[in-house]
Design a protein around this ligand. Structure first.
Ligand code: GRF
Length: 215
């Protein structure tokens, strides 16, 4: 069966990219990474992509309009035959036009249980709110930041004495399990957007929910 061609878009470290690379390395995984694209030439994740022998592209977002940047990204995606975009620490917002053209074909991962704690300094927000459980979310991208139909979520406990860094690290471990799982649901055609929600077809593992830490 043909594997879904995915682009992973990054701006930095690329640990979620690494998790997706590892998942796609499994012959039975239903997706493959056709392109890793960064808006920053110095993004660490690009080294991981090159080490894995993947095609990479850098498109600098500076000194051009958002629309021009988006058009260049789109040209690179089309040249690589990309069918689905996975944002993984990509620190740019796309224009509404771009998001509409790729409607229901862009996923993002965010380190909270959306719709709680959008934007930046997410762990600080969670600690300030005093929540006992937080986590991460893979969602379908809409023009508004950190909004859109939820594909999968993982719950992560907040522990006494947590700092933003210790909490971020615990959430990141869950992210690395959740993103491949969500991508699999999409690539297998089991996840379908219906209005503002994602419907998952077929019961059984892997489902769209993780409780972490878990086996
Ligand atoms: C992750 O915490 C992700 O949820 C957020 O940005 C971070 C990216 O980390 N959107 P990495 O580059 O994948 O290591």
């Amino acid at each position: 069966m043909a594997r879904l061609k995915v682009a992973v878009l990054i701006s930095g470290r690329g640990s979620n990219l690494a998790a997706l690379i590892a998942a796609c390395a499994e012959p039975a995984f239903p997706a493959e990474i056709a392109l890793v694209l960064s808006n920053k030439a110095e993004a660490k994740g690009l080294e991981r992509a090159l080490a894995a022998g993947l095609k990479t592209a850098v498109i600098d977002h500076r000194r051009r309009t958002r629309e021009d940047f988006d058009l260049e990204v789109e040209a690179a995606l089309k040249a690589a035959g990309v069918e689905l975009i996975c944002l993984a620490g990509f620190m740019r917002l796309f224009s509404a036009g771009f998001v509409e053209r790729w409607r229901d074909r862009i996923l993002n991962i965010h380190p909270s249980l959306l719709p709680a704690f959008k934007g930046l300094h997410v762990q600080e927000q969670a600690l300030a709110a005093g929540v006992r459980i937080t986590g991460c979310t893979v969602h379908v991208v809409r023009p508004e930041m950190d909004a859109g139909p939820i594909v999968a979520q993982a719950a992560v406990p907040v522990l006494d004495g947590d700092t933003p860094d210790s909490l971020a690290e615990r959430i990141l471990a869950a992210e690395h399990r959740l993103y491949p799982l969500a991508l699999r649901l999409f690539a297998e055609g089991r996840a379908r957007v219906e209005g503002d929600r994602v419907v998952i077809a077929g019961a059984g593992a892997p489902g769209p929910m993780l409780l972490s830490p878990a086996g």
